[in-house]
Design a protein around this ligand. Sequence first.
Ligand SMILES: [Zn+2]
Length: 185
Amino acid sequence: MKLAIVVGHNAHAQGAVRQDTGETEFSWNSRLADIIKERAARFPSIEVRVFFREYMGSTTREVRDVYRQTDLWGADATCEHHFNSHSTTSATGTETLTSGTKSSVHFAEAVQEEMLSALGLRDRGEKYVSREGRGGKSLHFGRAPAILVEPFFGSSPKGLAATDEHHEMVRLADAILLGAQAAFE
Ligand SMILES: [Zn+2]
């Protein structure tokens, strides 16, 4: 299967910031995407390509453009990477957003389960998001079953502790690949 990894946000507007290192969503998830690409060598049934959103001054155009590229590549599934943030440090946990189609829900459930065992954070579940909702464009613009992952809160000491070591990023990368394998094999 062809799995498109989409790095959330863009180089110009990089999203939320980790409270421990100051690293942005765009930067951290770009590094995670590299690890997913490396680890994909262990998953012969999965071909991974990483896609970046380009700043265009309009989120709609930016998101439409990147999912046009995943469609052109012939992605069988897309997974867009973010992390959460909240004004209170007590907000914590892992969640996966789904477009609500049968295969997106199936993919979201598989990846959510793997991320929970990889990170050991609270289960915030899978959340259906409409085209108009937060992250909805990323879930609905492409043809392939789409999910958007928020593995942790960059504002939570627990979320930060679970994701600040290289081996923890490797476990998270494997969780995405294991979830894709489980959902699409
Ligand atoms: Zn984000």
